[in-house]
Design a protein around this ligand. Structure first.
Ligand code: SR1
Ligand code: MG
Length: 399
């Protein structure tokens, strides 16, 4: 039986040879650590031709981007592997395939996606993947429907809720989304020039009550097995293909959280585009982002309702019209959570490259201010934004 040790590149190769399921594992000869996320080690495993064949991911016992002063459970590797395996059952075309997981090493080996690119990088460059938004809507509908009470037997649902209890990772989200931006906190990270904008977040009772309500829902609404961190950096795309990765924040929570995080990251890109492409060239890419958001929501909602019509067996939940009524609540939640994502990615610990890599300081600050003001508005007026067309109108209003 193996014991936890932090992998070297050689360890990762040897482990991938053993558990990667290749016919000729001795062809695997080299590894490169490529992790650029906040938490884990990620190794690409190469064969004798220098082709990347597998990915080995290992949880570190602390938050990588902060250091050993912030310890973090290794059990997140189990939660990630099991969430991805569960999501793969329901959306195999849109979920990375986990090939093996070891609880003692807190490591997993998964399919290599080198023929794909991280969606965030493509969005920043203005490269459009015509099917990505619909495929993300499909992934969210399939995974969230099939892990909800609309589909699972109540006994199975409760067993899964227990399996995916994820207190330490949820605590990170609870703090970073719903606490830190609305108080002075050493984890917060924003330019001094934005001090007045950030102080206004702390002094806005209506905003803080709306945020409290969203946090309360995040605490208590075990609606489906969420990805838990479905931003554009957790999504690989290629021509006609989209795959979700990185599900260590998976737990049973409000469906609107995943939808809101996904839409929020498209809007963060919308806010950053003028700084990335220049004001003139950004215009078309921004319009595309608004179309992406509409496509994502329409695909999700339509597929979820179709699945409910065809597969819901519960005597009460199968009542015609109930799924549509439920999705209206999901929509309202999503807009609120989307607003918190815009704010926490602008003033909190963890930012997005869509805005942070803008070279011109004034422009970067303008984009951050845009994200903050749009986020504030969405959190507060979420209950009055009835549909995606109204969301688009509000986004234009705050441009
Ligand atoms: C301490 S972890 C900070 C952020 O990185 C992850 O990707 C999640 O988004 C988390 O909130
Ligand atoms: Mg991640």
């Amino acid at each position: 039986m193996s014991q936890y040790r932090t992998f070297t590149a050689q360890d990762a190769v040897a482990w991938a040879q053993q558990f990667g399921g290749l016919d000729n594992p001795s062809e695997l000869v080299e590894a490169q650590e490529v992790g650029d996320g906040n938490l884990n080690l990620v190794f690409k495993i190469f064969d004798t031709d220098g082709v990347s064949r597998l990915i080995v991911k290992q949880a570190l016992p602390y938050v990588r981007c902060v250091g050993e002063s912030w310890p973090l459970t290794l059990d997140r590797a189990r939660l990630e592997a099991q969430t991805l395996v569960e999501h793969y059952r329901h959306a195999p075309a849109h979920t990375v395939k986990i090939l093996h997981y070891d609880p003692l090493l807190a490591a997993m080996v998964m399919e290599d996606l080198s023929d794909h690119r991280i969606w965030r990088g493509e969005l920043i460059k203005g490269v459009h993947y015509p099917q990505a938004a619909a495929q993300l809507g499909e992934y969210l509908a399939q995974t969230l429907f099939h892990t909800s009470d609309f589909y699972l037997h109540p006994h199975d649902k409760k067993a899964q809720v227990a399996q995916f209890i994820n207190p330490q990772m949820c605590e990170i989200t609870e703090d970073l989304f719903f606490n830190d931006p609305y108080q002075r906190h050493e984890r917060n990270n924003y330019p001094q020039a934005l001090e007045d904008d950030v102080a206004a977040l702390r002094q806005d009772p209506a905003l803080k009550i709306a945020v409290a309500s969203l946090k309360h829902r995040f605490f208590s609404h075990a609606e489906a097995l969420l990805h838990g961190d479905i931003h554009s950096g957790s999504i690989f795309v290629a021509d006609g293909s989209l795959k979700a990765i990185d599900a260590e924040f998976g737990y049973f929570g409000p469906i609107g959280f995943d939808i809101g995080t996904a839409i929020g990251n498209l809007l963060l890109n919308y806010c950053g585009l003028p700084g990335q492409l220049g004001i003139r060239d950004a215009a078309a890419a921004r319009e595309q982002r608004l179309l992406d958001i509409q496509t994502l929501w329409f695909t999700f909602a339509e597929r979820f309702q179709t699945l409910a019509r065809e597969k819901t067996r519960d005597a009460a939940l199968s009542e015609p019209g109930y799924a549509a009524a439920f999705l209206q609540k999901v929509w309202t939640d999503a807009i609120g959570f989307c607003g918190t994502e815009l704010i926490r990615r602008s003033v909190g610990l963890s930012h997005v490259t869509d805005i942070d890599t803008i070279a011109d300081t004034e422009m970067r600050h303008a984009c951050l201010r845009h994200a903050i003001s749009l986020g504030k508005a969405l959190v507060v007026i979420a209950p009055r934004i009835d549909n995606v067309e109204e969301l688009v109108a509000r986004v234009r209003q705050y441009s």
